[in-house]
Design a binder for this molecule. Structure first.
Ligand SMILES: Cc1cc2nc3c(=O)[nH]c(=O)nc-3n(C[C@H](O)[C@H](O)[C@H](O)COP(=O)(O)OP(=O)(O)OC[C@H]3O[C@@H](n4cnc5c(N)ncnc54)[C@H](O)[C@@H]3O)c2cc1C
Length: 567
């Protein structure tokens, strides 16, 4: 048994920022299934939004304009009070990171450089070449280590302990020893990231399984807006590695097989810098209508950087150039990049309020695993890095207040019972079962990409639901051949798969029920937005029979009345 005042699960930007905000006053333990600097936050490329008004073209920018762009980008599903909090905090938080040593790219006058991003009225995205996540994460990791946060790297959290309406901690596996360890805490915070890997074509790291989300759900915490999944317009064919929106921010063109800048036909004002949901649909339409390129690795369009010139590409997008050379043998200085849309981000997640508190006492969540909601139906590029750090900090403040207000002592017995349950589960998984967890995951994720993707219909999603229900049955027969506990990834993957099945289930159900098109959720059979019936969040809860029950929650509207979303 380990014990801390506060347990943070997740070593990405959210978890580290929360830990840094708490460790001066409380004894904080941070558990992460990978070394913190290998969290997906490290892969963020393009930048973080803040209305600093440094760029000569953004002198009139303000937090209010940033809030409006965020709300409009969300197709009016974001809670406007929460979006306001995030945008007000954006400039102070970027300066805080700067003062903590984060090396941002600079303008000639020495101020933090900003580039244009999709759906933003001004160049607002602060960046460090194309490795913004790398510099932010290392800055926070160094700070957490310097402040003495106790880190448990390569510990896998297998279950969340909620009993009698409050949270007592988690049961984790130290993957080096294979030991199951109950971890007791007055407050538990999840910054466990998104669920990209429930899709086959995803820009996300393999670790982004969404297990934290499924785990919270199974323990009784509701999920919100799970049907809203973002597809990034430009991922490299074959691997689906992200080609940052920063490429288009720096002026790259999207071209079809006629050599046409096809965005001209769809969104002539914003062109390549329309929001992601719109650009993804345009690319998919071009490919569906025969104007894409064929390639053994997949249909695609071209992302053309050549006119930017070698010097600019090397200065602003060196990582993109290197990825293209290493992974597909193309140098973007001389050749266009073959790209297709890929799953990128999960707008939905654990239902929390603007303080990152869930409805369960002692359980909090923030960052991509959570849904506050600041992104609504579609997240703007550069707003997620912002969300992680702002809400990591806000969560720390909320937990501090709640603990100082007197939190009940967590109990040991429920944790020991849960440990026995996890042990029994592992025994079952390492028994004689014949289903391979990785094959099951591969089949399911292919169905998600094919049937619950950019364009959705009832018919296709009902087929996906059928596959999911069969997969749940098949999961009972999953078998991991090696009973070894030491670094047994197949075993941890099998444990995660149980949670992924719930993430998939709630995603499909939400998408089936929402009979409208809004943001990233596009129904060919209901192509219009329907504010009368659907200007609301969906809430998924596990019912007594283990089946999801979907209800709804009002959207908070403060100053921006929903309007048709035009760019
Ligand atoms: C390729 C790519 C580029 C991106 N670029 C940008 C960008 O330029 N700008 C922007 O705003 N956004 C960007 N995003 C989105 C943004 O990077 C992420 O949403 C954000 O970094 C998520 O941070 P997080 O702290 O919520 O989670 P993560 O960084 O994903 O961290 C999750 C943590 O949880 C831990 N964890 C998960 N499950 C368990 C478990 N069961 N047990 C123990 N530990 C667990 C993991 O070990 C990890 O440490 C990008 C995303 C991708 C995929």
């Amino acid at each position: 048994m380990i014990e801390h005042d506060i347990l943070i699960v997740g070593g990405g930007l959210t978890g580290l920022r929360a830990a840094v905000g708490l460790c001066d006053r409380f004894n904080v333990g941070l558990i992460s299934k990978v070394y913190p600097v290998r969290s997906h936050s490290i892969a963020a490329q393009g930048g973080i939004n803040a209305p600093l008004a440094n760029n000569p073209d953004s002198r009139d920018d303000s937090w209010e304009k940033h809030t409006f762009d965020t709300v409009k980008g969300s197709d009016y599903l974001a809670d406007q009070d929460a979006a306001e909090i995030m945008c007000r905090e954006a400039a102070p938080i970027v300066y805080e990171m700067e003062h903590w040593g984060c090396p941002f790219s600079r303008l000639p006058d020495g101020t933090i450089a900003q580039r244009p991003f999709g759906g933003a009225g001004y160049p607002r995205t602060c960046y460090s070449a194309d490795i913004t996540g790398h510099v932010l994460l290392n800055t926070l990791y160094e700070r957490a280590v310097a402040k003495g946060v106790k880190i448990y790297p390569e510990w896998f959290v297998a279950a969340l302990c909620i009993e009698d309406g409050r949270c007592h901690g988690v049961v984790a596996m130290d993957t080096h020893s294979g030991e199951l360890v109950p971890a007791r805490a007055k407050a538990t915070f999840f910054g466990t990231g998104g669920y990209g890997r429930v899709y086959q074509h995803s820009t996300n790291a393999l670790i982004n399984t969404g297990s934290g989300i499924g785990m919270a759900y199974k323990a009784g915490v509701p999920l919100k807006d799970m049907e809203f999944v973002q597809f990034h317009p430009t991922s490299l064919i074959g691997t689906n590695i992200l080609m940052t929106e920063g490429c288009r921010g720096e002026g790259a063109y999207l071209l079809n097989n006629q050599g046409e800048r096809f965005m001209q036909r769809y969104v002539p004002t914003a062109m390549e810098l329309a929001p992601r949901d719109i650009v993804s649909r345009c690319i998919q339409t071009e490919m569906n209508e025969g104007r894409g390129f064929d390639h053994p690795l997949g249909k695609h369009v071209h992302l053309d950087l050549r006119h930017l010139g070698e010097q600019k590409i090397q200065e602003r997008l060196p990582g993109i150039r290197k990825i293209c050379i290493d992974f597909i043998g193309i140098d973007p200085v001389f050749e266009p990049i073959p790209v297709m849309p890929g799953q990128h981000y999960s707008m939905g997640g654990i239902d929390v309020n603007g303080r990152c508190a869930s409805e369960v006492r002692g359980f909090y969540a923030g960052g991509e695993c959570s849904c506050v909601s600041v992104h609504g139906a579609n997240r703007l590029g550069g707003n997620s890095l912002l969300e992680t750090i702002v809400f990591g900090k806000i969560a720390a403040r909320a937990i501090l207040e709640d603990l100082e207000g007197g939190a009940p002592e967590p109990e040991t017995k429920p944790l020991l019972r849960l440990k026995d349950e996890v042990e029994a589960k592992i025994q079952r998984l390492t028994g004689p079962g014949r289903e391979k967890p990785y094959l099951l995951q591969a089949e399911l994720s292919a169905v998600m990409s094919g049937k619950v993707g950019i364009f959705r219909t009832r018919e296709a999603m009902e087929q996906a639901l059928q596959t999911l229900l069969e997969a749940k049955e098949r999961y009972r027969n999953v078998g991991v051949p090696s009973p070894a506990r030491y670094m047994n990834y197949e075993l941890t993957n099998a444990l995660e798969l149980e949670y992924m099945l719930e993430v998939v289930h709630t995603t499909i159900l939400g998408a089936l029920l929402r009979e409208e098109s809004r943001g990233a959720h596009f129904r060919l059979d209901f192509p219009d937005r329907n504010d009368r019936d659907w200007l609301k969040h969906t809430i998924a809860r596990m019912g007594a029979d283990g089946q999801p029950v979907i209800s709804s929650k009002e959207v908070v509207i403060t100053r921006y009345e929903p309007k048709e979303r035009k760019y």
